[in-house]
Design a protein around this ligand. Structure first.
Ligand SMILES: [Zn+2]
Ligand SMILES: [Zn+2]
Length: 278
């Protein structure tokens, strides 16, 4: 089964682990090398057995530890050409053989998994989300830093067993909060972030498209808190007669915590690593 663990999620740093059989990848590496190594250890993966670090975009909360991990464990970094150009000066020297360029909206096989970067809207050079599939058609998607939901995003997420979806801010908290007007405008813009409400409304589409598990991610420290994001989504889903626990499993990825290990369990949602069904 595909395995997913969040090593960190939020404006302070993002790093997702996905594994299948002997293939282990990271999506983003926006934490310190030490924290990433700790996260890998928590899922019993040695950094030496990492097959790649896939980068969504060049913001520091997504790339901070990428160079460190690449050098420490001799791991290739995968990104599109514009992201490479934008991050090359920020991650230190990378061995040429570990600099790999992909194109958006194409699928690539890496050992036993198929990975597909898809274009998203965000204020970075050429940002992407990713889907990861195996030969059993299990599918995990990571979609954060979304200014806007496009048909391309929805098409790519369709049929995922598990979607890691941004639920960045509560609109009222953002409006009332300490951010400058310019920053508030940036967060809410078409190339900013997804609010709790927007995430919840998109979740309805995802559930109609067969998604069984949604992990709310990339929560803002200033303008959100986990319970609020969870309750907002739950409330909006229930207004559409979607019951959390019955029709979908909903969880929150906490900013500074390593999550449980999630695995798709065909038909009946997801079981936790400890075996408890949620
Ligand atoms: Zn970003
Ligand atoms: Zn971010």
């Amino acid at each position: 089964m595909l395995k997913y663990c969040s090593i960190g999620s939020g404006s302070c740093g993002n790093c997702h682990y996905i594994g299948y059989k002997d293939t282990n990848i990271l999506i983003d590496a926006g934490l310190t090398g030490k924290k990433i190594t700790q996260g890998l250890n928590s899922v019993d993966v040695d950094g030496k057995n990492l097959n790649g670090i896939f980068i969504t975009h060049e913001h520091s909360d997504h790339i901070k530890g990428a160079g460190i991990i690449s050098r420490k464990y001799d791991v290739p970094i995968f990104a599109n050409i514009d992201t490479w150009r934008a991050m090359i000066d920020k991650i230190g020297k990378i061995d040429e053989k570990n600099m790999i360029v992909f194109e958006n909206d194409k699928s690539y096989s890496l050992n036993d998994i198929l990975i597909r970067p898809f274009s998203i809207m965000h204020d970075a050079a050429d940002p992407v989300g990713f889907t990861i599939m195996n030969e059993k058609d299990e599918k995990i998607a990571v979609a954060t830093d979304l200014g806007n939901i496009t048909t391309n995003i929805r098409d790519n997420l369709k049929g995922s067993d598990l979607v890691v979806l941004e639920s960045n801010y509560d609109k009222e908290m953002l409006m009332m909060g300490s951010y400058t007007y310019a920053l508030k405008k940036r967060v809410m813009s078409e190339v900013g972030h997804l609010s709790n409400e927007e995430a919840a409304n998109f979740s309805i589409d995802l559930i109609n498209d067969g998604v069984k598990q949604i992990l709310l991610a990339h929560l803002s420290r200033e303008n959100n808190f986990p319970e609020l994001a969870y309750q907002t989504s739950k409330g909006i889903l229930e207004m559409s007669d979607i019951k959390v626990g019955r029709d979908v499993n909903l969880d929150i990825l906490r900013r500074n915590e390593i999550s449980d290990l999630f695995t798709p369990n065909n038909g009946s949602g997801v079981i936790r690593a400890n075996g408890t069904s949620r």
